[in-house]
Write a protein of this length. Structure first.
Length: 64
């Protein structure tokens, strides 16, 4: 059960980091919207990749 708890905590920490980054980007977008929109798009891609990796990891653990 510890592994599940640690995984949940890591997921929450990563989600929090993404949320903080998005809030900071939103605040900075007023100065250079184009650049920050590109950064936000990259962060969204990274978030999607992270979720896909988590799903693959969970599937691998089930197969074990």
């Amino acid at each position: 059960m510890g592994d599940v708890s640690n995984k949940f905590m890591n997921d929450e920490r990563i989600r929090l980091h993404f949320q903080v980054l998005r809030h900071q980007i939103a605040a900075l977008q007023r100065k250079d919207a184009g650049a920050w929109q590109e950064i936000d798009a990259v962060l969204e891609d990274l978030h999607t990749i992270y979720e896909e990796m988590q799903t693959s990891l969970e599937a691998a653990e089930v197969v074990k």
